[in-house]
Design a protein around this ligand. Structure first.
Ligand code: SAM
Length: 235
């Protein structure tokens, strides 16, 4: 991967950046995404935010090497603290767990007033992000699922607005994604077949364990999830 040819995963993230946007890419190891977005004319300006020294230095080096210092500001800091109020209108956060992405958004809420679009790519637990979006008045506008190098990734794009009704109150929608459930692509089916098998394996082990309230609770939860996956996959 380089700034000419991104991974399919990161390129898919850039496809949701509105043309001419001012973007902050948080967790911007190597600054590949902002460099690509600026060079392709998708973003007019970008902040590359990184909390860890090594990746921050890599991002700085990359931006300097590309001669993009006038359009990309590389900053070291935690989450959204690297951006000033009203500085950007689009935020990308990719390649982290969903719970971490949600906590970055939660802690940085005060910086979101000028932000029109969030593009989030959790490596796992997209449910944490969907829940955060609903609780904070962001509407999911698109979702994508893709497989690359044997791993499955989800991309969630959101704008300020009323959360979509169909998934607002359903665990299924929160867990699997309202758009992804609708599309039911081959990758989506593979993902949830795999999860279902995993849940069934854990359930089998728990069936052999000694009785306890905790085990019983876990078993019921697994059964509920297995049923949910079956319903969606069979539809
Ligand atoms: N976004 C790139 C991608 O998707 O390929 C890099 C993903 S890398 C696995 C995650 C990066 O996020 C790491 O460089 C890590 O240091 C950074 N990171 C983690 N938590 C962060 C936070 N709270 N604020 C800024 N960066 C963070």
């Amino acid at each position: 991967m380089n700034t000419e040819k991104l991974s399919n995963r990161l390129e898919a993230v850039t496809n949701y950046i509105p043309s001419g946007a001012r973007v902050a890419d948080i967790g911007s190891d190597h600054a590949y995404l902002p460099c690509y977005a600026v060079k392709k004319g998708i973003a007019s300006f970008a902040v590359a935010g990184e909390v860890v020294e090594g990746p921050y230095q890599s991002a700085k080096k990359q931006v300097k090497m590309e001669g993009l210092e006038n359009q990309i500001s590389v900053r070291k800091g935690n989450g959204l603290e690297v951006i000033s109020p009203n500085e950007v209108d689009c935020i990308t956060i990719a390649g982290m767990g969903g719970a971490l992405i949600a906590s970055i958004l939660e802690e940085g809420k005060s910086k979101l007033a000028s932000v029109k679009r969030l593009i989030l790519q959790p490596n796992l637990s997209a449910i944490s992000i969907r829940s955060w979006l609903i609780d904070n008045g962001w509407e999911l506008i698109a979702e994508q699922i893709l497989e690359e190098d044997g791993k499955i990734y989800e991309i969630l794009a959101a704008e300020k607005g009323e959360p979509l009704k169909p998934y607002k109150n359903t665990e299924k929608g929160l867990l699997m994604g309202p758009f992804l459930m609708e599309q039911k692509s081959a990758v989506f089916q593979n993902k949830w077949l795999g999860e279902k098998k995993n849940w069934e394996r854990i359930l089998l082990q728990l069936e052999k364990a000694a009785y306890s309230n905790e085990t019983e609770k876990r078993k019921q939860e697994l059964k509920r999830k297995i049923k949910m996956a079956e319903e969606v996959l069979m539809q």
